[in-house]
Design a protein around this ligand. Structure first.
Ligand code: G3P
Length: 218
């Protein structure tokens, strides 16, 4: 399973990259705003900076909600770097835009997906990635992981090549459950990724190994 980090924070992206386990980055307008990135030039430069840190796909989201606007924005974003993936919302105009981008060989990530029907449409339009938001489904008492399971089944039934990118991942169990089901990618915060490291027996064991070494070696 590929690990993407879901942030626009350059330090956190660098930290995950330094661990050697990072396969890509996802951003969205909220995450860009959280880092105080605004204005077209700053946004463009920020995407370029992210691409210079990570050797993997970087999702950059369009703001337009009409086909022509999405195409204009997406083509500009895609021209920034070969690793840019144009992130497009799951609306009718977005489906049209994904179809257009896929016919032009431009990678896409269909975002704001909350149902299997939406994921089916994204695959039919030729999206490179589909992003079901599992944490936000959990927030409204609907099992987000079940949706990943459902999409996996549907995509495998027909051999769709669209990669399931589990998004809105909030904690390490989300990551583990996504891996069990066979999500192609998960994107989550650095905290969820580093939480995978943690086990008290590892800490206790390491402490004992080092204590024994120090006793034996003076
Ligand atoms: O990748 C989508 C993600 O950014 C949404 O996460 O935590 O805002 O639901 P969250």
């Amino acid at each position: 399973m590929k690990f993407f980090i879901d942030t626009a924070n350059l330090e956190q992206i660098q930290e995950a990259q330094n661990m050697g386990i990072l396969d890509g980055v996802t951003t969205n307008p909220s995450l860009m705003a959280k880092e105080g990135i605004s204005g077209e030039e700053n946004i463009i430069n920020h995407y370029k900076n992210i691409c210079s840190i990570v050797d993997g796909d970087v999702s950059a989201e369009v703001i337009s909600t009409d086909f022509e606007g999405m195409v204009k924005e997406g083509e500009k974003l895609a021209a920034l770097h070969s690793n840019i993936v144009v992130k497009v919302p799951m609306i009718k105009e977005g489906v049209k835009a994904i179809k257009y981008f896929s016919s032009k060989g431009i990678k896409t990530n269909c975002t704001l997906v909350f149902s299997a029907g939406q994921a089916l449409l994204a695959a039919k339009a030729g999206a490179t990635y589909v992003s079901p938001f599992i944490g936000r489904l959990d927030d409204v008492s609907t099992d987000g992981i079940d949706l990943i399971d459902q999409i996996r089944l549907i995509y495998d039934n027909y051999g769709y090549e669209t990669q399931i990118l589990a998004a809105s991942v909030r904690h390490p169990m989300h990551i583990i459950q996504c891996a069990e089901i066979g999500a192609d990618v998960m994107t989550g915060p650095l905290s969820a990724i580093t939480a995978l490291l943690k086990h008290p027996l590892t800490d206790i064991g390491l402490e004992k190994f080092l204590a024994d070494f120090n006793k034996a070696n003076g």
